[in-house]
Design a protein around this ligand. Structure first.
Ligand SMILES: Nc1ncnc2c1ncn2[C@@H]1O[C@H](COP(=O)(O)OP(=O)(O)OP(=O)(O)O)[C@@H](O)[C@H]1O
Ligand SMILES: [Mg+2]
Length: 312
């Protein structure tokens, strides 16, 4: 069982226009689509599509319109009833592929609601092998929120606590690395540079490994650093590996990072070694990038490209 937490979900509304956006004018839209956005939700969707049990925990008001696309995604969820509504991210697309994004402000999550979310994660983690904390925090939350979740889960679950993976950025990731002693982080090259406070050359796997050694294994057991179309680097206490992503026809890279994290965890649950976990992350990320919108890859979507893993 893989449990995910999405503490700051977003309703992704995409409006497709027949022509380029003309600010200040009235235009007819061709279609509109709504999807349940959020990194933890995305990870759960990929895990569920692979036939593995998953639970997605998220704060969600009983009358929130986000419930409709979330239900359509078919995953098992633990909605924590809260007062505020999920924020909306609007994307306006035109036939030339130009996208204008407008992100509405989210409303704060109260202290009581945050505590309810932590409690729900602790309860949901009873049978979990992995707990995934993914995405940004609400503006109102302290940067240490994920650390609080981690402490609560470990205090309650003790030796049977799940392993913990974090896909976050900025202060939330910084706090997790400083105080969370987690099993896996999944930054991209930009998030890693911000975390370490040093420039990261995405074209140098050796350079990335050297930088990451400042925190792995001293503060984090393993780091999966994804590099978009260039591939990914995995660093653990045992070694470091690099693999190039396959050449694919890129359709939409939305959710590629979430899919690669899910691919890594699915391989881990299946007992794969480091090289095979990295290969699975790359395959799932590439499959996500070759599918439209936020459509998540199933095992049938994974390509048959040769992925060669190099020890670095
Ligand atoms: N253009 C591409 N071609 C092939 N594979 C890709 C491409 N872009 C992404 N991928 C695959 O997806 C993985 C994750 O991509 P990326 O590093 O862009 O994640 P990310 O920056 O965390 O994205 P996000 O958080 O927006 O989902 C890469 O390691 C790679 O395997
Ligand atoms: Mg990412």
């Amino acid at each position: 069982m893989i449990v995910t937490l999405t503490v700051n979900p977003a309703l992704d509304r995409t409006i497709a226009l027949d022509a380029a956006l003309r600010p200040g004018e009235v235009q007819a839209a061709r279609s509109a689509r709504e999807e349940a956005g959020g990194k933890g939700v995305n990870v759960s969707r990929v895990v569920a599509a692979a036939g593995v049990d998953t639970l997605a925990v998220l704060p969600l008001a009983t009358d929130d319109p986000y419930r409709v696309p979330l239900a359509a995604s078919g995953i098992s969820t633990v909605p924590v009833p809260v007062a505020r509504q999920v924020r909306t991210n609007l994307a306006i697309t035109d036939p030339d592929g130009v996208t204008t994004k407008i992100n509405l402000p989210g409303s704060p999550l109260s202290g009581a609601d945050s505590a309810a979310v932590v409690h729900a994660v602790v309860e949901a983690s009873a049978d979990a092998d992995w707990l995934v904390l993914a995405g940004s925090l609400p503006d109102s939350a302290a940067a240490s929120f994920y650390v609080d979740v981690i402490s609560a889960v470990r205090d309650r679950r003790g030796a049977s606590a799940p392993r913990i993976a974090v896909d976050a950025s900025g202060p939330a990731l910084h706090e997790v690395v400083a105080h969370g002693a987690v099993d896996l982080i999944k930054p991209n090259d930009e998030e890693l540079a911000e975390l370490l406070g040093t420039p990261v050359d995405g074209t140098s796997p050796e350079g990335i490994m050297d930088s990451v050694r400042a925190i792995v294994p001293a503060r984090v057991a393993a780091a999966l650093i994804t590099l978009g179309g260039a591939g990914a680097v995995l660093v653990t206490a045992q070694g470091a590996w690099f693999a190039v992503a396959p050449r694919i026809r890129v359709v939409s890279t939305v959710g590629a990072g979430d899919s690669s994290l899910a691919g890594y965890l699915l391989a881990d649950r299946a007992g794969a070694d480091a090289a095979a976990r990295l290969t699975s992350a790359i395959r799932y990320g590439a499959a996500a990038a070759s599918l439209p919108g936020t459509q998540v890859p199933t095992p049938a979507d994974l390509g048959h490209h040769d992925i060669s893993v190099r020890s670095i």
